[in-house]
Design a protein around this ligand. Structure first.
Ligand code: GLU
Length: 293
């Protein structure tokens, strides 16, 4: 079994990532899975090399060691870095295009936003360009989302039912600038890397059915999913901007020990009721599967 640690390259790692590491490595330990490391730098406008360097330094300092995947910033190019994955993503897109499952869309974000009902949680595309036969090049590439509901059993949250068609409509696989989207790159990577267990935060739960639709369309088995709780403040809000801005690299420079950082993340994430320092090994032992698994 293979699971993955797949940070986006949009900033430095913070406490939320440390809690995430505890879950990824802890569940891998529990289920006998290997942890694969990949760098999700599909958003080329935000990725910076120093973020990637800091990821490897932080993992090593904390004591979370990947079994597979990219092992350092010097590995260039790497099949475990999304910015090097274009050829593979294109080959998957070609398959979908041949089957008529994607189309080019010329609508701008602003145009789509204007058609949304008040209070919509995310933009839902109504399919304006679905039958226009626009070229894929130079336009947003959209997937013809199925209208049915997708039901899956989350290892942590139990039975989930999502209808991507109502959540987001025909979602995009590549933007008009030619940049691959998270949804598409993530599914392509989980396929090529043989990932069969996805452990990630509850904040990405809403993406799961659309990713399962892509797996099913490509006739690949979808992984099993475990969506873990996030670090929230006492009002129930996600980790605040101020806490997020405190990177692990900065904490390390301030002289705090790796055990204190892990203990703090475990405490903030509700794994221990009172703060005390813990090693990566000890933290991994704190993760368990709900009884029904
Ligand atoms: N790259 C995403 C993040 O850092 C994780 C994506 C995933 O686990 O599917 O939030």
């Amino acid at each position: 079994m293979i699971t993955r640690f797949a940070p986006s390259l949009t900033g430095f790692l913070h406490m939320g990532h440390v809690l995430h590491m505890i879950y990824v490595w802890g569940l891998a330990r529990k289920l006998g899975a290997q942890v694969l490391c990949r760098i999700e730098d599909h958003d080329l406008s935000r990725a910076r090399p120093e973020y990637e360097i800091a990821i490897f330094q932080t993992l090593e300092w904390l004591g979370f060691f990947p079994d597979l995947g990219i092992s350092g910033p010097d590995e260039k190019p790497s099949e475990f870095r999304q910015s090097d994955g274009s050829e593979f993503y294109q080959s998957v897109l070609d398959v979908l295009e041949k089957r008529g499952l994607v189309y080019g869309c010329a609508c701008t974000r602003k145009q789509i936003a204007e058609t949304q009902p008040d209070g919509a949680q995310e933009l839902c595309y109504s399919g304006t360009c679905a039958d226009k036969e626009l070229p894929l090049e130079g336009n947003t590439v959209r997937f013809r989302t199925l209208e049915n509901e997708t039901i899956f059993e989350d290892l942590k949250l139990g039975k989930q039912c999502q209808i991507p068609w109502l959540q987001c409509g025909d979602f995009s696989l590549r933007d008009r600038q030619g940049q691959w989207t998270y949804q598409f790159a993530c599914v392509c990577d989980d396929i090529r890397h043989g990932v069969d267990l996805v452990v990630r935060g509850e904040d990405i739960l809403f993406s799961t059915a659309r990713q399962i639709q892509l797996f099913q369309t490509l006739e690949k088995p979808a992984p099993r999913y475990f969506h873990h709780p996030l670090i929230v403040d006492n009002t129930g809000q996600k980790l605040s901007k101020r806490q997020r801005s405190e990177s692990i690299s900065q904490l390390r420079e301030s002289g705090i020990s790796s055990e204190e950082v892990i203990g703090r993340a475990a405490h903030l994430g509700g794994l221990i009721s009172e703060f005390f320092p813990v090693s990566a090994e000890e933290a991994m032992g704190m993760i368990s599967l709900p009884d029904n698994n």
